[in-house]
Design a protein around this ligand. Structure first.
Ligand SMILES: Nc1nc2c(ncn2[C@@H]2O[C@H](COP(=O)(O)OP(=O)(O)OP(=O)(O)O)[C@@H](O)[C@H]2O)c(=O)[nH]1
Ligand SMILES: [Mg+2]
Length: 292
């Protein structure tokens, strides 16, 4: 029922930082298993999330030394564009990268990643609004991650449902483009609460928008004060710096080329590189718990 402010909160409401249920609740959509009413549907959903946790742990073990980042965002904020921008920079650092793409329909995003000459696998969810651990587990039968230092998972474009599902990743990263409005962290808090990183994308469009980056940050940090924030443009070089990229098709050709690159992309690449180093050290048992 609506409260005195006219706000009708779902039954889950806000809770702690658990594995899904209770941590800002979760959305509807094809995942919710509402086959019954009241207690029965909640039981079905709890069982589904418990099973998901078990498979997520298996995925984490299978990922091995690779640092794994799970991208969340609404459709079109620039997740694939961000990968297209950051992967060549990471390749120039000698890192091996693999990508798992999640979409409701089509392999269009995978085809864009194929152009980067790195291993990629497309999960088509057939209408389901999020990836779950089992889908990712199955994808690992078809994707060679043996050499991977970094694995990016691009979740289905949706700021609600994917937040409930641990895929075995090391961290979630939420991408918010400036065209979406500065109120989105407040309206979709789970995505910001559960992420360690926020990427504010499409900053090249700021001159023609009334969006306020400082307000986006303030709202996001009010949900999660630990968020590490990057401001990026995948289309124009904002605060450009000279960096290096590797684009050769030949896996034995490590030639790098100097390019002018958006500073936010370079900063984000440095963050990934450092996390990858820490994850590998942790995996070898010399990290002393610094990573997690
Ligand atoms: N101006 C501008 N456009 C961008 C930027 N990043 C992405 N775009 C454009 O935004 C549109 C969507 O980008 P995608 O990378 O496909 O977004 P996505 O989040 O992967 O989309 P879904 O996978 O469908 O959820 C495309 O037309 C991109 O060219 C940016 O930094 N600036
Ligand atoms: Mg995409």
């Amino acid at each position: 029922m609506p409260n005195s402010n006219g706000i009708n909160r779902g039954s889950s409401g806000r809770g702690g930082a658990g594995t899904g249920i209770g941590a800002f609740g979760s959305g509807g959509g094809k995942h919710s298993g509402r086959t019954g009413t009241g207690g029965r549907s909640l039981t079905v959903r709890l069982n589904a999330l418990e099973s998901n946790e078990i498979i997520a742990k298996k995925n984490k073990a299978l990922f091995g030394k690779a640092f794994v980042m799970n991208f969340l965002s609404s459709p079109g904020s620039g997740k694939t564009s961000l990968l297209e921008s950051v992967v060549p920079v990471l390749k120039s650092e000698g890192l091996n990268i693999a990508v798992i793409e999640g979409d409701v329909e089509t392999d269009l995003d995978k085809r864009r990643i194929d152009a980067l000459n790195i291993p990629a696998y497309q999960i088509i969810t057939n209408g389901t609004c999020h990836l779950d651990a089992n889908m990712v587990n199955t994808s690992l039968n078809n994707l060679n991650i043996n050499d991977a230092d970094v694995i990016f998972i691009e979740n289905v474009g949706n700021l609600v449902c994917p937040t409930s599902y641990n895929l075995g990743e090391d961290m979630k990263a939420v991408v918010l483009s400036v065209t979406e409005g500065d109120d989105k962290p407040l309206k979709y808090p789970a995505a910001f609460y559960k992420s360690k990183v926020m990427i504010i994308n499409k900053t090249d469009l700021l001159p023609v928008l009334d969006s306020d980056v400082s307000k986006i940050k303030e709202n996001a940090l009010s949900i999660n004060k630990e968020l590490v924030i990057f401001e990026t443009s995948c289309k124009r070089k904002i605060n450009a710096e000279v960096g290096q990229v590797r684009v050769s098709d030949d896996t034995d050709d490590n030639t790098v080329r100097q390019e002018v690159i958006d500073k936010g992309i370079l900063d984000f690449a440095s963050f990934i590189k450092e996390k990858t180093r820490l994850k590998a050290a942790e995996f070898k048992g010399i990290g002393g718990g610094i990573y997690l």
